[in-house]
Design a protein around this ligand. Structure first.
Ligand code: GLC
Length: 311
């Protein structure tokens, strides 16, 4: 009888309409409070108000030629605040921020760092937690590390270059297997990862849902921008995924040979000019600060004020 009474009392306490409403209201207050804090943070970010973003690799692309950099920053500033600046780099967040300080570049509106392992926003460097949650899927860092230990020609990069979602190696191309064989080796062990080789000397292993390209797709959905609203500039292998996206790609004149295979692909413009001059050449090519034109697709279809097709 005692147990039966406890059961009835317990059910009233935990499962009655009254307690359900109380719990619901508590959860609502909690979420509402968080939302208010979130809105204050966001108010500092320019992202909700920009309608297009220039996203650049740092090394040998945005940085490298001081005159070009200052011209590009000046034209971004002159663009009336509707053009955002983003960075997508292989470097860690700390290393990217230090480099930006050294080159006196104002904090970008967004940073995709460690080849897409992390996304941060604005001055406060707010981390995109949704992205972290999304890419954690099927990521087993220890097992991947263990499986690659036996591979010849791979040597771990220093600790500062490693990340919870990125294992980076120096790669000796003569001794190491081909990337496709490395991926096959991992698959046989039921391990899932994105494997990226750059400049004939780096190998990055990331979650299968992570790359700079996928990070950009996430950003587009999050901030309500179609791919044509991103102009993406890069120069080496770790930019390939981001350039292959449906965004407007620019390969700067001083690119690394592995990007040569992207020639002829739609929406990838190979600039003659180097470093940030090349980015500006791409901005002109697409009229990115104006009506946004995609020359090879002109006349096919129209999407708002953007000429071209979107898939
Ligand atoms: C940067 C990173 C390095 C990475 C390389 C290629 O140099 O510091 O960890 O392997 O880019 O993505």
């Amino acid at each position: 009888r005692q147990w039966a009474r406890n059961g009835v009392n317990g059910a009233h306490r935990h499962y009655s309409w009254h307690s359900h409403v109380q719990k619901y209201m508590r959860a609502l207050h909690k979420a509402w409070g968080k939302r208010h804090r979130h809105r204050r943070l966001r108010a500092k970010s320019r992202l909700p108000t920009v309608d297009r973003i220039v996203v650049c690799e740092l090394d040998n692309t945005l940085l490298g030629d001081p005159d070009a950099l200052h011209r590009l920053l000046a034209s971004l500033k002159a663009a009336d605040g509707h053009v955002g600046l983003g960075v997508a780099t292989g470097r860690s967040l700390d290393s990217a921020l230090k480099l930006l300080r050294d080159w006196k570049v104002p904090t970008p509106d967004l940073l995709v760092t460690s080849v897409g392992a992390e996304i941060h926003y604005g001055h406060r460097m707010v981390r995109d937690q949704a992205w972290a949650g999304h890419i954690a899927y099927r990521w087993d860092r220890n097992a991947l590390h263990e499986a690659l230990r036996v591979m010849p020609g791979l040597k771990l990069q220093p600790k500062a270059e490693q990340h919870a979602f990125k294992i980076s190696y120096f790669m000796d191309e003569k001794k190491a297997p081909r990337v496709r064989d490395i991926i096959r080796h991992l698959r046989l062990k039921d391990l899932h990862a994105t494997v990226i080789q750059s400049r004939g000397m780096f190998l990055d292993v990331l979650p299968s849902r992570a790359s700079k390209g996928l990070a950009l797709r996430h950003l587009g959905m999050r901030w309500g921008l179609t791919p044509e609203r991103f102009l993406v500039a890069g120069y080496s292998g770790n930019d390939e995924a981001v350039l292959r996206g449906n965004t407007l790609g620019v390969v700067v004149g001083n690119y690394s040979s592995e990007l040569g295979r992207l020639r002829g692909r739609p929406r990838i413009y190979f600039a003659q000019a180097e470093y940030a001059w090349g980015i500006m050449e791409g901005v002109d090519y697409y009229d990115f600060f104006g009506a946004i034109r995609i020359p090879e697709e002109e006349g096919l279809e129209h999407d708002g004020d953007v000429a071209g097709i979107s898939a």
